[in-house]
Design a protein around this ligand. Structure first.
Ligand code: PMT
Length: 346
């Protein structure tokens, strides 16, 4: 028999009574995020994408025991028409995301690379989006196509890393184009990564649109200039801030790193701190558009701001700042895993 309890739940609480000074308890409201998903259709391919991500995650949970990072990369579009001729875009070539993904792979992580379709990809980024045509990397010798000797040594290094990622099934490429596709895909992947618990890491480098045109207001066909008197006035709605959903519900045990992009250096740190307070996640990496390849700042709630900078010499020699950023992020992720596991045992 259990020891005698000093309370009974069936006893009424006689000291409470009607109190008209307390305002009525409002009916539960839908959050902006829930309203968004109710009012917007998911992309048709979402189930297929979800199966692919699940398979990748299960593979690593069972076989490799690698930590898994979701890297988001590139800008989202906001279509203005259903049959889209015009859209609003967000700035990002995908350099930060694609470069970071390579360093995560080199440091033993499995990477889900959620990227704007046709933006830069890990490994191929070295040869795409350059002023060289891809044929410039080749020459003809003895009636055969060969790799141009000027590029061959460097290409061999990249090729080996690419093959290693492929052979170990450590890189999964998942595309998006519109902000709606991005949000649904982020939610779906996050919920799958819930299974990975603390070993999941979110590295949100994509430039996500802050404004969008709801599906209910989107014309089906190309906007006609004659019908609007030659002017185009667009009334955009704010995109709900999904980061709090990610932190609280979709993947609460994961470590979350977001980026803050500004062009005015006097507000960068303040905006990064605001993001931390608002979303309660672990790390904001601040960067300025003008200097993003040379310096970034790590902003957290419990440590002084930490700048990571390349020297002019390193920058001239084409060193990549992600080579320093990623080990620093991984170190924090390892600490996060350790702390959370210790807390669980208490
Ligand atoms: O690709 P590159 O040319 O190399 O450029 C890299 C970069 C400058 C784009 C990158 O380093 C960067 O700073 N990315 C984030 C840019 C940004 O626009 O952040 P934001 O202020 O929109 O959003 C901040 C964070 O909140 C983001 O990590 C985003 O995932 C998240 N967010 C944003 C909007 C939204 N509705 N929900 C969100 O959760």
């Amino acid at each position: 028999m259990s020891p005698k309890k000093s309370f009974h739940t069936s006893n009424p609480e006689t000291d409470t009574a009607i109190d008209r000074t307390i305002p009525d308890f409002p009916a539960a409201q839908l959050s902006d995020e829930d309203r968004y998903f109710r009012a917007h259709k998911p992309p048709k391919y979402l189930d297929e994408l979800s199966a692919e991500v699940s398979e990748f995650v299960e593979f690593h949970l069972k076989n490799s025991k690698k930590n898994i990072v979701l890297v988001t990369s590139g800008g989202t579009t906001v279509p203005l028409e259903n049959n889209t001729v015009r859209f609003i875009d967000n700035f990002s070539a995908g350099t930060r995301g694609a470069t970071s993904a390579e360093y995560f792979l080199e440091n033993g992580y499995a990477v889900i690379f959620l990227h704007r379709e046709f933006s830069l990809l890990p490994y191929s980024r070295h040869y795409s989006h350059t002023t060289n045509c891809f044929l410039d990397y080749m020459t003809e010798e003895d009636n055969k196509v060969q790799i141009n000797r000027d590029f061959a040594d460097e290409m061999l290094v990249v090729l080996r890393k690419y093959n290693a990622a492929k052979e170990s099934n450590s890189l999964l490429l998942i595309p998006f184009t519109t902000v709606n596709q991005y949000l649904y895909t982020l939610k779906t992947i996050s919920e799958i990564l819930h299974r990975v618990d603390t070993r999941a890491l979110f590295y949100l480098a994509a430039a996500v649109s802050d404004f969008f045109l709801p599906q209910s207001k989107m014309p089906q066909h190309k906007i006609q200039s004659q019908e609007s008197g030659g002017k185009l006035i667009i009334d955009l709605e704010p995109v709900p801030k999904f980061l709090s959903r990610l932190v609280d519900n979709w993947a609460p045990a994961a470590m979350i790193v977001s980026f803050k992009l500004e062009t005015d250096n006097t507000i960068l740190i303040k905006k990064a701190k605001n993001a931390l307070t608002r979303y309660q996640h672990q790390l904001v990496i601040g960067n300025l558009l003008q200097t993003r390849k040379k310096e970034v700042v790590f902003v957290t709630t419990d440590e002084p701001d930490q700048w990571i900078k390349l020297t002019d010499e390193e920058y001239k020699n084409k060193e990549e700042i992600e080579k320093i950023i990623i080990p620093a992020v991984i170190e924090r992720h390892h600490k996060w895993i350790k702390q959370r596991n210790e807390n669980k045992q208490k």
